[in-house]
Design a protein. Sequence first.
Length: 350
Amino acid sequence: MTKIKAYAADNKDANLKPLEIERRETLKDDVKIDIMYCGVCHSDLHQVQNDWKNSVYPVVPGHEIIGKVLEVGAGVTKFKVGDLVGVGCLVDSCKSCSACEDNLEQFCENGATWTYNSKDKHLGGHTFGGYSESVTVNKEFVLKVPENLDPKAAAPLLCAGITTYSPLAHWGVKKGDKVGVIGLGGLGHMGIKFAHAMGAHTVMITTSPSKSEDAKKLGADAVLISKDEAQMKEHANSFDFLLNTIPVGHDMNPYAALLKRDATMVIVGAVEPLDPLHGGSLIMGRKSIAGSLIGGLKETQEMLDFCGENNVVSDIEMIDIQNINEAYDRLQKSDVKYRFVIDMKSLKNS
Ligand SMILES: [Zn+2]
Ligand SMILES: [Zn+2]
């Protein structure tokens, strides 16, 4: 085992602070990664604050990991020392259930191993995430990051990126489709970039007119202000697909009214109760509402390759690990455009 530096929260009210943690030795099928950058996802904050009632302390968050390969086990041929790689929300799964066989490890029926706050099969205890110097991960859960991408700005692709790419790909969004992205935050800004890169007519749907200019810079062709009833009426029954990134419970009825016949709205943000939905808004027009959770490893690699080809990365603000608590305060107020990324040099040099 190797002892390394990390940042952790001791309990739900605590600030994150330095903690020494252990990583396993590099096993036959393992890749040991020197962490260069780690994105700050809203889930990190939820886990630290125990919002989903499943946190185990100390929590070392971080599942948007970018780094360089430090060492590989004897059974690893796909990666070599020095490669630019990524690790997202998953570090292991059973590999034999129907979900795993379908390359949907995020839905592993025997319980996937999440990058942090999951049972650690090797060391006992629980897994520790990317707010740390290094991580050792089974080769099947390590991703190749295209070398033409800015590695800092690629970090958020590992969660925010795949969360928004997967539903657009799964529901077959294509050139010329009218796609609405609801909510402009860490997820929404990636949704706009992907829908735009896929050639869709991309509409930012937001409550705040002040976000219009930014949305257009990110690739939106138009902006629809959801509080404006006349505008909403004008766009009724016109969308081929809606990506709903609102992070909290809300009334979906006005958005369902925007869907075309047979079209789908996919929820990726709100992991909590939603307001009652009028059955008629789905029945009239055979509309669907669905959910989506990150993506499997195969699709995550496809997403990264798509980003390499289309030059898609996240808009980021770099921070040092020592400023993580301040960044959490700002994240809670949505005061970031659009993702904080931690420069892990600040941890190594501390
Ligand atoms: Zn995340
Ligand atoms: Zn499985």
